[in-house]
Design a protein around this ligand. Sequence first.
Ligand code: 4AD
Ligand code: MG
Length: 429
Amino acid sequence: MKPTIHTIGNHAGEEVTIGCWLANKRSSGKIAFMQLRDGTGFIQGVVVKAEVGEELFQQVKGLGQESSLYVTGVVQADDRAPSGYELTVKNVEVIQHAEDYPITPKEHGTEFLMDHRHLWIRSSKQHAVLRIRDVIINATYRFYHERGFTKVDPPILTANSAEGTTELFHTKYFDEDAFLSQSGQLYMEAAAMAFQRVYSFGPTFRAEKSKTRRHLIEFWMIEPEMAFVDHEESLEIQEEYVSYLAQAVLNEAKAELKVLGRDTEQLEKIKAPFARITYKEAIERLQAKDYEIKWGEDLGAPHETELANQFDTPVFITHWPKDIKAFYMKPDPENEDVVLCADLIAPEGYGEIIGGSQRIDDYSLMEERFKEHDLSDDAYRWYLQLREYGSVPHSGFGLGLERTVAWLSGTEHVRETIPFPRLLNRLYP
Ligand code: 4AD
Ligand code: MG
């Protein structure tokens, strides 16, 4: 492997050549400091005129931000440098000379930055957030494979809707109507009957007219589905998974957390078991704080934040009224008005990061729900058949990747947690 800034510590004292970009520079008459980035990290290159000669020194001084370069230099340990090393530059080969890079180290407004997202992702903070995303993605694959789950990929183009019909993206599928998937869940239930424990990890689409810091039109979801697992056991798997993600970020993204100024004490607290309250108790707690909310109403962001602030860990809100939850959720045998489900609310105002439930496994009850919800037999016949041929108790959940990245990295808005966000009024770049 060629040396990179990330691995440069293995080459202390040696001369190396790295492909990189000029992130920033400053210079005096005799010495120039180049802030170099190669996608794996940042390092300072020190160019001394007396060492490299007048011509190269002047060339370096004239380089624009984001010029692409091959820089050759000797790796020096330096305690003051954030990476622990700096480069004493011997030679610079310019690949392309860039001029007037639009994103200068000065402040820009959000719209401007979003219009330049293709460049903005090079900036140290954006880069750190997306590196944390990668840590979470990797940790997810590890977590489920270590526990014997099989990854199954549900389709993106579907003839049915998993989470209600109001937020569907419609498209033509030759002569038929098709929709972009809102959730792979229904297919994952079929997969669980074939492989027992499965998970999917893919993009999902919601034509939501919401313009909040928690909503994307296209987002990625991790959806485990487990045969022979009830609601309670599913909650245990959820809290174990989320704790595992927090540990992974703490262990594998130390430098990134530092760049972002993330309060790591908050992350240390993310340890199973998590707090659990019922929806009924949630309503009572809100009413006690003078919120105008009644049993049967959905919770909004301020409600979630208020409840989250009452606990040290993330909190599960369980047993919601069946009328405000999805058609496939299993009623609680002890109280048929509520269903065996939970939303997991993250601390610090990051909101709901998981929605999950035990699923209806009884054929006639599912058939009844189909009638109530006016679901067409044609598109859902296969789903009903799962209750006909070897139906078993099963549960599953969906974790929103971007909200989780926002929370663990301490990023205010989900638009910065995905490389190219699709928002209510943004399809560019
Ligand atoms: O609660 P949701 O809608 O649940 C489902 O889709 C289930 N079918 C999942 C399952 O049981 N297999 O979505 C799950 C999670 C939410 O908790 C949230 O983290 C995220 O997906 N999410 C969004 N993230 C960003 N933008 C949006 N518009 C989101 N909608 C949901
Ligand atoms: Mg939900």
